[in-house]
Design a binder for this molecule. Structure first.
Ligand code: NI
Length: 169
């Protein structure tokens, strides 16, 4: 199921090798595709979760979806400062209210914009052991869940944002 992964470099963390993956940028077709659900959670998927988390931390991101590293599969990692969340086949089962705030994306570096999202969401997903979980979130975590799940449907925040701005580095 996994396609060839381009690896930037490999780090040795806590006794295991973790790969820092190449992040695809807007314009890459994989970011426009509908990602496939995972049917079997095996070692390959767990290794991918490890690599995606390290790649997200290295890039100072708060979330990363598998299409962003070239894999059109339904895998997401998130850490908004409340600990690492690993989500396989995530689905939004409930949305409440709306909220507008600024977003960016590791696949669209240097660009920020205002995006309207649900203020509160409930998401169902499988964890790395295939156990079904449900999370209800507000604030940044709710926003991040919606942004990352959008990636699994081939949607980028720049498609729905207002007042896009370029930030010079
Ligand atoms: Ni993104």
């Amino acid at each position: 199921m996994l396609k060839f992964i381009s690896v930037n470099f490999v780090k040795f963390i806590g006794g295991i090798f973790v790969a820092i993956l190449d992040i695809k940028k807007a314009g890459d077709l994989v970011l426009k595709q509908q990602a496939k659900p995972i049917e079997k959670i095996d070692k390959t998927i767990r290794t991918l979760l490890d690599d995606m988390a390290e790649t997200m931390y290295k890039a100072n991101g708060v979330g990363l979806a598998a299409p962003q590293i070239g894999q059109s599969i339904q895998v997401v990692v998130i850490d908004v400062g409340e600990g690492l969340l690993e989500l396989i086949n995530p689905t939004i089962i409930r949305k409440e209210g709306t909220e507008i705030d600024t977003e960016g994306c590791l696949s669209v570096p240097g660009i920020y914009g205002e995006v309207e999202r649900a203020a509160k969401v409930s998401v169902e997903y499988l964890n790395r052991r295939g156990k079904r979980h449900r999370i209800t979130a507000t604030g940044l975590l709710a926003r991040c869940l919606q942004h990352e799940i959008d990636h699994l449907y081939g949607r980028l925040f720049i498609d729905i944002a207002n007042n896009l701005q370029k930030v010079q580095k």
